[in-house]
Design a protein. Structure first.
Length: 219
């Protein structure tokens, strides 16, 4: 990869975007941008905006697009000046069409020409099954997906901690996320399809097979 490129990972909750992002950042010199991480970092300032973002996040509400976009612009500016990176990896965003349009404008401004959007595609039923069955380590917070050999784990494979259900992985909360994906994220997917930037990857395979397809899509 001769020039830095933009890689956007999209997919339903439970599709394994985070897992694939971690694998990519190990194999490639990608700067990693997660809207969730940026918002958590912004909350640490504890000013008016930081406190209000925390209220939104705790309620499960979406933070206004202009705040997210402000964070993105700052990160894209930092990455633009770096000489030793292969690309920028954006995990799970944009989640609304207006966010996608704002990002398009930002990519134009910073002169990023090569943009790939990878949809890790799983069915709604598969997503629901994974989310209701996945577990989290009570000690280190590691999220254990309900796929492959991870299904057989009795304790955390990294620290040996107890595995528990995540507080926000209740059936009602999961259905809310599924509804949001259909209403807001599917139009984003169509937006990138029209731009011929979208590549679909079958997310209902093993983690290794999904990763093989993801790497093929970006090379």
């Amino acid at each position: 990869m001769s020039k830095p490129k933009i890689i956007i990972l999209l997919g339903r909750s439970g599709s394994g975007k985070g897992t694939q992002a971690k694998l990519l950042t190990k194999d490639f010199k990608f700067d990693y941008i997660s809207s969730g991480d940026l918002l958590r970092k912004r909350m640490e300032k504890k000013d008016f905006t930081g406190k209000k973002i925390k209220k939104f996040v705790n309620r499960g509400d979406l933070v206004p697009a202009f705040l997210i976009f402000n964070n993105w612009v700052q990160e894209l500016e930092k990455c633009r000046d770096k000489k030793n990176i292969e690309g920028i990896l954006i995990d799970g965003s944009p989640r609304r069409v207006n966010e996608a349009e704002l990002l398009d404008a930002a990519f134009d401004w910073f002169e990023y020409k090569e943009i790939k959007v990878i949809l890790i595609d799983i069915s709604q039923k598969e997503a629901f099954d994974r989310l209701t069955k996945r577990r989290m380590c009570k000690m280190c917070g590691r999220l254990i997906p309900w796929t492959g050999t991870f299904k057989d784990l009795k304790v955390c494979d990294q620290c040996g901690g107890e595995l528990i259900e995540r507080a926000d992985d209740t059936p009602a909360a999961i259905r809310k996320r599924m509804d949001f994906f259909k209403k807001e994220v599917e139009p984003v997917i169509k937006h990138y399809q029209k731009q011929k930037r979208l590549v679909k990857v079958n997310g209902e395979q093993s983690i290794e097979d999904v990763y093989r397809e993801v790497k093929k899509a970006i090379l």
